[in-house]
Write a protein that binds this ligand. Structure first.
Ligand SMILES: Nc1ncnc2c1ncn2[C@@H]1O[C@H](COP(=O)(O)OP(=O)(O)O)[C@@H](O)[C@H]1O
Ligand SMILES: O=C(CO)[C@@H](O)[C@H](O)COP(=O)(O)O
Length: 528
């Protein structure tokens, strides 16, 4: 459709299990969508849940070529969906946080000279020196300790907004520097998953944005620059060059590269806006108001809150925010989210969420005293190894428990954990609060009902789209383009609708369970 005057905006989400793409109009309405599920659509990479378990305990990686191949695949699906790429004014994206991409010495040249006649993955087959450690990796406990010893645990939290966490990129870089020095030396640049994905779109190594950059234990969230002490503790003098200078999230990184112009028909002046972390993008997509807390139910479960200024939390994280409305944000992440729910759904009810929900409704709130903690993968909050604890009403380990009690124990246990640790981090929740749920599991009303009862607050979902990170990516592209080009856009307000409100007796059931949850986690083993 040449000469079409519509303006559209493209967003990507390179999340843990899939790559999603969305095209929105000037009013932010959704025009087209496509996605690529890594395990199903790219079986040659042999991922399970989008990742590969490494040989070492706690090691979790993903091959960057998987994401490269997925990009061409999702683009082809957008073509089939009828997208006219010549109307796209700007592109942005989100990526799973903390994962690092290790570029080889010739990567920049390869990115600069991409030919539209060949697939990206054939042209970039030698662009990476190793697989990417991702956010589920928990193999860097020794590096976290070394970083905290070098900087001071509280000082690190003051500077970077987080104590040292296994999945954070600084400790991951330190492990690479320590255990695989040749890989470290052979690396020209280190990207986050978000800035790596952006690099493919701009045909050069794109800068790390400040919001996702705050998930590394390397950035001073006050000065918004790399902190020298943290850099020294994690690598050598070449580390700041390998990372490049971080930029505000609202930066136009460049025009789209000629590969996308030649292959898909983008305009040469289509702008690429810095990509950010998926949770940062979700915060942008949810456009949270005061008192609203975001609940992202993707592979991980996260709680999100906009903050007016930086803070030094004892647990959880404070990041630079992704938009001017949210200069800072609080984030609490639980590793055992949807994949853990899905594993136990398969075990207890077969492959159907409806059958799993039937189990949930076959037992009462409070679950006759059965409580469970299910960590299929090492947990982040609290820091604990994989394990499973199921207790009966008298506090004894329960065995051979009927599936309905297990199903509810799993979900009530998860919701109680989210609430307890949110309180510990200082998330303010009261009757006037709202939880705004997003991500794959936010379509499950039985699950959201449990969160409403445990949190003593109604749960809402966004009307426009179930995936705020993806929508947020396209909205960020539109908003940054609008400012940069001086072209006002009509945009649209966020509409949310209530899907679950607390039952009247919830406050008799869940506060005692919350106290019991705290006692139980005191007794389970901890990482480190
Ligand atoms: N009806 C449902 N109830 C609970 N969870 C669901 C439901 N439908 C999908 N999911 C979960 O959503 C998850 C994917 O969510 P998504 O936000 O796409 O993840 P990510 O962004 O991390 O790749 C799957 O692991 C699946 O278990
Ligand atoms: O580690 C974190 C946040 O700190 C995770 O939330 C990742 O960002 C993965 O996100 P999802 O794929 O689960 O949305």
């Amino acid at each position: 459709m040449t000469g079409d005057s519509r303006k559209t905006f493209l967003g990507f989400d390179f999340s843990t299990q899939r790559l999603k793409a969305i095209v929105i109009g000037e009013d932010f309405s959704v025009l087209h969508e496509a996605d690529v599920e890594f395990d199903v659509d790219l079986p040659e990479f042999r991922t399970a849940g989008g990742v590969v378990r490494g040989v070492e305990r706690g090691e979790v990686i993903a091959p960057p070529l998987l994401w490269v191949k997925a990009l061409d695949m999702v683009m082809d699906r957008l073509v089939v969906a009828g997208v006219d790429f010549s109307t796209i004014e700007a592109v942005s994206g989100a990526g799973q946080q903390h994962g690092s991409v290790w570029w080889s010495k010739d990567a920049e040249t390869r990115l600069n000279t991409l030919s539209p006649d060949e697939f990206l993955h054939t042209q970039l087959s030698t662009a990476f020196v190793t697989d990417s450690p991702v956010w589920m990796d928990s193999s860097t406990t020794a590096d976290c300790k070394a970083l905290e010893d070098a900087v001071g645990a509280e000082e690190l939290s003051k500077i970077t907004g987080s104590r040292a966490y296994e999945r954070f990129t600084g400790p991951q870089i330190r492990k690479m520097f320590r255990t695989r020095p040749r890989v470290y030396q052979a690396t020209s640049r280190i990207s986050l998953v978000s800035s790596f994905a952006c690099s493919l779109l701009v045909g050069k190594i794109a800068p790390i944005d400040l919001s996702d950059g705050s998930g590394m234990n390397l950035l001073d969230i006050h000065t918004l620059q790399w902190d020298d002490k943290c850099l020294q503790a994690c690598g050598d003098e070449s580390l700041s060059t390998k990372l490049g200078t971080p930029v505000p999230s609202a930066t136009v990184v460049g025009p789209i590269c000629s590969y996308f112009v030649g292959r898909y028909g983008f305009k040469p002046d289509c702008r690429v806006v810095a990509f950010t972390g998926d949770n940062c993008s979700a915060l942008a997509g949810l456009r949270l108001r005061a008192g609203w807390v975001g609940l992202s139910l993707g592979t991980s479960d996260t709680l999100l809150l906009g903050l007016p200024g930086p803070a030094a939390p004892p647990a959880g994280h404070v990041l630079a925010g992704p938009t001017p409305d949210a200069p800072y944000m609080a984030l609490l992440c639980f590793a055992n989210g949807s994949l853990t729910r899905q594993n136990h759904r398969d075990r207890l009810a077969g492959h159907s969420w409806d059958a799993f929900n039937d189990l949930l409704t076959a037992t009462v709130r409070g679950n006759m005293g059965y409580m469970g903690i299910y960590y299929d993968t090492a947990e982040i909050v609290p820091r604990a190894p994989a394990g499973r604890w199921l207790l009966d009403a008298s506090g004894r380990a329960a065995e051979r428990v009927a599936p309905q009690f297990e199903a509810r124990a799993l979900l009530e246990g998860q919701a109680l954990a989210r609430r307890a640790h949110a309180e510990d981090m200082g998330f303010k929740l009261d009757k006037s609060s709202r939880l705004i749920a997003t991500g794959g599991a936010s379509v499950n009303k039985e699950l959201l009902q449990i969160f409403a009862d445990v949190f003593d607050t109604p749960v809402y979902v966004q009307d426009q789209h179930a995936n705020a990170a993806l929508l947020g990516a396209a909205i960020r592209a539109a908003e940054v383009w609008s400012v940069a080009s001086g072209t006002p856009l009509p945009g649209s307000e966020l509409n949310v609708s209530p899907v679950a409100t607390p039952y009247p007796d919830h406050d008799k059931i869940y506060p005692p369970m919350l106290a019991r949850y705290r006692q139980i986690i005191d007794t389970i083993p901890k990482l480190g």
